[in-house]
Design a protein. Structure first.
Length: 445
């Protein structure tokens, strides 16, 4: 086995990692998020399983198409998942494998041998180990012909569902390939310094002293040269910083709260932007989220960052149901970081593309419009509302903003970036960010 220097230390046998990764992929095929499915994996296997299953998600479209060439009918979803995971590890060889960002690199014969061992060691797969062996060996023998057979499939070529590729092609005739390719570049670890606890210079100096390469980005960001577990970085327990993509760091800056303002963070969990708002000014803040469990994470994050106070009120409620939570006192500034398809953060969550269905996009856009219309009522005359999504589909972004203005002629659109497309391909860590949409509206007094 050989691993690149940035691959995790893969101490457990590859057969165990392949089997646990197959279990995780099986979970995603069954509709679970990758993060959730990974919680079932033992601590000893988790780092390696995470690396292998993230990689599998990035190349699942290609592996699925090749798998269909190799197998008429899968004996089980676990078999299918084990085959697909193994194929993604065989996707490139030698130099090409080393070039594929984030690819855990193993010799081909090791992958085949360990996949077959994984099948032998698993009661429900043992009688299919010969079939698995034959499929993987056939792939190695007939790679070129199999690659050619799937080349025309958009899923195989772009590793996204066909409907997703089509929608991006229509929306971004110039950029769609770059967007799709950016989705397969593993994201850097980007932090936002909590200016109430530390300066950026202080954080950069502490990282340098710990031998970590880091650079400033944006107004308060720091991007690491290579990702590390956050608890191992200086300043985590002290609340010096939070993990947040550079594109997401624009939200609180655009809403620009000032001391004494009454502010609403309407879809706040897990609290990344809530904390940023509180770092920027002394405000009275209501933080809502429909999901009570996720709201607990807002509380934990504010505690760690030293930002919890009597001026912060957390409410588990549907933002669109004003009767349930609003006392009628208007807000000077409202952050509407609404639920979305998350199509702009696929590089951080490579499973999202496989979990979404085409009709989710319209369904989500309808929910967003409902939340937006309700929240607009809570904005004080002269106040502002920032609409945010981490999506690249225009129906959740540019079109949503346009339709909002048509429904609310009293809203004035202020300067904001609009659609930020994800930047990752051929970009330095400092240049990279996820895809977001930002529209800022003022309510005329
Ligand atoms: C994009 S996430 C918010 C991320 C958060 N602002 C941050 O920066 O950490 C969207 C959130 O909206 C919440 N949500 C979904 N439907 C909602 C609703 N009807 N009212 C309020 N929150 C809702 C979800 O539970 C989710 O936590």
């Amino acid at each position: 086995m050989s691993t690149r220097s940035d691959s995790p230390h893969l101490a457990p046998p590859l057969s165990s990692v392949l089997l646990s990764s197959a279990g995780v992929v099986e979970g995603v095929l069954d509709g679970r998020s990758l993060t959730d499915a990974l919680t079932d994996v033992s601590a000893a296997l988790r780092p390696a399983t995470q690396a292998v299953s993230f990689h599998a998600m990035r190349y699942l479209g290609w592996a699925d198409a090749v798998g269909r060439e190799l197998v008429q009918r899968y004996p089980s979803v676990l078999f299918e998942s084990l085959l697909l995971v193994s194929l993604t590890l065989l996707k490139e060889e030698g130099e090409a494998a080393a070039q594929l960002p984030g690819m855990p690199v193993y010799a081909a014969h090791t992958v085949v041998d360990q996949a077959v061992t994984a099948a032998s060691n698993t009661r429900s797969l043992a009688s299919f180990k010969g079939m698995l062996n034959a499929c993987l060996r056939r792939f190695l023998r007939e790679r070129a012909a199999l690659e050619a057979a799937v080349a025309d499939s958009p899923e195989a070529q772009w590793n996204h569902p066909g409907w997703w590729v089509k929608q991006l092609g229509i929306a971004y005739p110039q950029d769609w390939q770059r967007i799709l390719e950016s989705a397969n570049v593993p994201a850097p670890l980007t932090l936002r310094v909590n200016r109430r606890r530390a300066s950026r210079e202080q954080v950069l100096a502490a990282f340098e002293a710990a031998g970590l390469e880091a650079q400033p980005v944006g107004q308060a960001g720091v991007v690491l040269g290579s990702p590390k577990p956050v608890t191992q970085l200086p300043g985590f327990a002290e609340g010096w910083w939070s993990v947040q993509d550079a594109g997401a760091q624009l939200a609180a800056e655009l809403l620009a709260p000032t001391d004494g303002m009454r502010v609403l963070d309407a879809c706040s969990a897990p609290g990344g932007k809530t904390a940023h708002l509180l770092e920027l000014a002394d405000i009275d803040l209501v933080a809502l989220d429909a999901d009570g469990e996720r709201l607990e994470r807002v509380e934990q994050n504010l505690d760690r960052l030293g930002l919890a106070s009597k001026r912060v009120q957390l409410e588990a409620a549907d933002a669109a149901d004003l009767d349930a939570w609003w006392d009628g006192k208007p807000f000077d500034a409202v952050l509407a970081d609404v639920p979305c398809t998350a199509s702009g953060i696929v590089r951080r969550h490579p499973d999202i593309r496989w979990l979404r269905r085409e009709n989710d996009v319209r369904r989500t856009a309808t929910l967003q419009a409902r939340i937006l219309d309700s929240l607009w009522k809570t904005v004080a005359p002269g106040g502002r509302l920032l609409y945010v999504t981490c999506s690249v589909f225009p129906i959740e972004g540019a079109r949503q903003a346009l339709e909002f203005l048509q429904r609310h002629p009293e809203a004035q659109r202020l300067d904001a970036p609009g659609q930020l497309l994800p930047v990752a391909l051929n970009a330095t860590p400092v240049e990279q960010h996820d895809g977001f949409f930002y529209a800022l509206f003022a309510k005329q007094s």
